[in-house]
Design a protein around this ligand. Structure first.
Ligand code: IPM
Ligand code: MG
Length: 353
């Protein structure tokens, strides 16, 4: 039976980069049907809300989702409850995509594009496993209230139940089993009770994986270690907000946030795939965005949700080939390489397949 992929380009550079990724997907000649939908600001403009019921229904029915990016200055004045980002968070929560895999791999060809010394980052290959449907992003109560003295007070709640910690723990340990068999759990257990529980539950889960080594690190130290000696990490597992922050940090180690894909999976392996970068409204429509993170998200989709690992490998190899050819979008350009546009990069990857 053919598989269905829902394509949600979103806002800013989203439509440009997704168009290139779709080109690559179609060039593979696999039996995959594409459907399109609206999310984020594009959906607000068309329907009044960031996640129309029609999009949600298609998202429930499909086998996998390819998403570009959401958000932009145009929608910033809106109430936080109906901003474009709520479309993304609604998909994650509504589909229970609790496991977010964010690999940070440094391509040899881009060692000079990193702001860190080549020897610190060469051959970097780490995986951040971010909890995606819980924590402070979703905790209740939340809001801004006015106190008796007339002062406004903002508040959010960091909350994790044991089962939420346990299930992301299993994903991290199983991921590590296929890699270098080391998990570093990142928390703030010295200050936050919630992450003290996180640490205890990770210890419990670790007992089921005797061949995987577990260590713990406070998040402030983890941020420092990521830029000091990132190669010490294999798999990092952490909360929703810490994972958001650390994955941007890890991205920069690889030279550009425009290189990093992600997978957000439910318990059955159904997933949503997106570049980890945002909608970059400042460069939208200029044809300069790097489509590689989105193309590599297609590769993750083929591998994790569509059972097409051979096609995934072809995509990964094609990306390496264009980098070998010296083709670079502006974000990864350096002297001696050839600067190409978003669509030229997409065409080159298709040609390299
Ligand atoms: C990410 C993004 C999102 C997040 C935003 C756009 C809501 O930063 O996917 O990392 O915070 O999760
Ligand atoms: Mg982020």
């Amino acid at each position: 039976m053919s598989k269905n992929v829902l394509v949600l380009p979103g806002d800013g550079i989203g439509p440009e980069i997704v168009a290139e990724a779709v080109k690559v997907l179609e060039a593979l000649g696999t039996d995959i049907q594409l459907e399109h939908g609206l999310v984020g600001g594009a959906a607000i403009d068309a329907t009044g809300g960031p996640l129309p019921e029609e999009t949600m229904a298609k998202a429930r029915d499909c086998d996998a989702i390819l998403l570009g990016a959401v958000g932009g200055p145009k929608w910033e004045p809106l109430d936080i409850a109906i901003r474009p980002e709520k479309g993304l968070l609604g998909l994650r929560a509504g589909l229970e995509l609790f496991a977010n895999l964010r690999p940070a791999i440094l391509y040899r060809q881009l060692a000079d594009a990193s702001t860190l010394k080549a020897e610190v980052v060469s051959d970097l290959d780490l995986m951040i496993v971010r909890e995606l449907t819980g924590g402070i992003y979703f905790g209740q109560p939340r809001g801004v209230r006015t106190l008796d003295n007339g002062e406004r007070q903002g508040y959010n709640t960091l909350v994790y139940s044991e089962s939420e910690i346990r299930r992301i723990g299993h994903v991290a340990f199983q991921t590590a089993q296929k890699r270098d068999k080391r998990v570093c759990s990142v928390d703030k257990a010295n200050v936050l009770e919630c992450t003290e529980l996180w640490r205890q539950v990770m210890e419990e889960v670790a007992k089921e994986y005797p061949n995987v080594q577990l260590s713990h690190m406070y998040v402030d130290n983890a941020a420092m270690q990521l830029v000091r000696a990132p190669k010490q990490f294999d798999v990092m597992v952490t909360t929703n907000m810490f994972g958001d922050i650390l994955s941007d940090c890890a991205a920069m180690l690889t030279g550009s946030i425009g290189m990093l894909p992600s997978a957000s999976l439910d318990k059955n392996g159904k997933g949503m795939y997106e570049p980890i970068h945002g909608s970059a409204p400042d460069i939208a429509g200029k044809g300069v965005a790097n489509p590689i993170a989105t193309v590599l998200s297609v590769s993750m989709m083929l591998r994790y949700s569509l059972n097409e690992s051979e096609a995934a490998q072809r995509v990964d190899d094609a990306v390496v080939r264009v980098l070998d050819q010296g083709l670079r979008t502006a974000d990864i350009y350096s002297a001696g390489t050839e600067k190409v546009s978003t669509s030229q990069m997409g065409d080159a990857i298709v040609a390299a397949l």
